[in-house]
Write a protein that binds this ligand. Structure first.
Ligand SMILES: *Cc1c(COP(=O)(O)O)cnc(C)c1O
Length: 401
């Protein structure tokens, strides 16, 4: 079978769409079939004892057991490494699994961690319930505040972990500045780039030591799988790959294949998510019944300057507050016809939710308000539907509320 030049070749193509479609796959096909197969297997066999010895002595590269590797994963991992501009990547069973494995692998007992207040709620819960058992102390700072970051660092600090953009206020960190501050003190920077995707921001190029994703969101893109990923330098990825082999949160081969398929249209989908995001955000901001809109592409956003300088698009999530009370906000959600009511983001189908009744339901109203999660706050994840249809739908729903 003739092989064409893979996109990872320095002489090869560089465009996002070319990498989305071909990255990690061209040199991995087994037959004349155009797609990489699902390797639905739990183990790999050896022809004889000599092959076992050759493998154990590092003289051959091959697979041994399904918790340590799978050829379908490797196609996805190579594609992600190419898209993020990292040496290597590793997959996990979910985005949460990527974060928890990373913390357990990278934080020694008694070390210190800095995270941001907008951090994904389950990540905060893991820090509080499990990392404290290892004597790991955590400082929480305001997102995007590199001054506060510098003040929070201690001699035993090992990691700075933040989402960028964050959920739900879409705060954007100046990753190059955060890396400068952290690296001067021997601290590694990990960016949860789920809301950006490698199409809108490449944190590794800005100096991050690792990028993680909930691949459940934009990378998979079709609301049909859960997966997580980390991308970065070879030594950090080896550490995480060894850790997931022990901790066991590995991705199923079929989900890996769905992710491989979803990734082929990543660049195309992001272009539509970005267009829907900026147009709907601007339309909402001009609407008299909308109190405020959080979207980093708008000049009114506190991190607009950093976002405009470092990002190539601002994504499909728009967070806004209606000029309405709790009941009227629920009526608005119930009147919307195109977006489904539900958590998650980054898929082709638009989703809408009130953080007050979804991720923050377990908090009292006072606790919610302290976090800025008001009764009229709405998070809209725009899919790839036509912008005009989405705007017309939001218009009739606001009128109906
Ligand atoms: C969804 C999400 C996660 C968790 O990922 P799962 O795939 O649901 O485990 C982590 N971080 C961010 C920013 C997310 O949006």
């Amino acid at each position: 079978m003739s092989q064409r030049r893979p996109p990872s070749d320095p002489e090869g193509p560089k465009g996002d769409s070319t990498r989305s479609v071909h990255g990690g796959e061209r040199d991995r096909r087994l037959s004349d079939a155009i797609t990489v197969p699902i390797y639905q297997t739990s183990t790999y066999t050896f022809g004889d004892s000599a092959q076992v010895r050759a493998y154990q002595e590092g003289r051959t590269t091959r697979d041994e057991y399904g918790r340590y590797g799978n050829p379908t994963w490797r196609a996805v991992e190579s594609k992600l490494a190419e898209l993020e501009g990292g040496d290597d990547a590793v997959l996990f069973a979910s985005g949460m699994c990527a974060a928890t494995t990373l913390f357990l692998a990278m934080l020694p007992q008694g070390s210190h961690l800095v995270v941001t207040s907008d951090c994904y709620r389950r990540t905060r819960q893991f820090i509080r319930q499990y990392l404290t058992k290892l004597g790991v102390e955590t400082t929480v700072i305001e997102p995007a505040d590199t001054q506060k970051l510098a003040e929070a660092l201690r001699p035993e600090t090992r990691l700075f972990f933040t989402e960028s953009p964050t959920n739900p206020y879409l705060r954007v960190t100046d990753v190059a500045e955060a890396a400068r501050v952290c690296h001067a003190r021997g601290v590694q920077v990990v960016i949860d780039s789920t809301f950006a995707s490698p199409i809108n921001h490449r944190a590794l190029a800005d100096g991050a030591d690792l990028v993680i994703h909930s691949a459940t969101k934009y990378l998979g893109g079709h609301n049909d799988l859960l997966a997580g990923a980390a991308v970065g330098p070879a030594d950090n990825i080896k550490l995480l790959r060894d850790a997931v082999g022990v901790l066991g949160g590995v991705l199923d081969a079929h989900a890996a294949w769905l992710l491989l398929r979803g990734l082929k249209t990543l660049s195309l989908r992001m272009a539509r998510h970005n267009e829907n995001g900026i147009r709907v955000a601007a339309w909402l901001e001009a609407h008299p019944k909308v109190r405020r809109v959080c979207y980093p592409g708008l000049a009114s956003h506190p991190d607009h300057a950093v976002a405009a300088r470092t990002m190539r698009g601002f994504g499909g999530v728009v967070t806004f507050e209606l000029d309405a009370d709790f009941d009227a906000t629920q009526r608005f959600l119930d009147a919307v016809r195109i977006p489904y009511i539900g958590p998650s983001l980054g898929g082709v189908e638009s989703l809408i939710e009130m953080p007050a009744t979804m991720s923050y339901w377990d908090l009292s109203r006072d606790e919610r308000y302290a976090l800025g999660i008001t009764d009229s706050l709405v998070r809209l994840s725009l899919g790839v539907e036509d912008t005009d249809d989405l705007i017309a739908d939001l218009e009739q729903a606001i009128a109906a509320a």
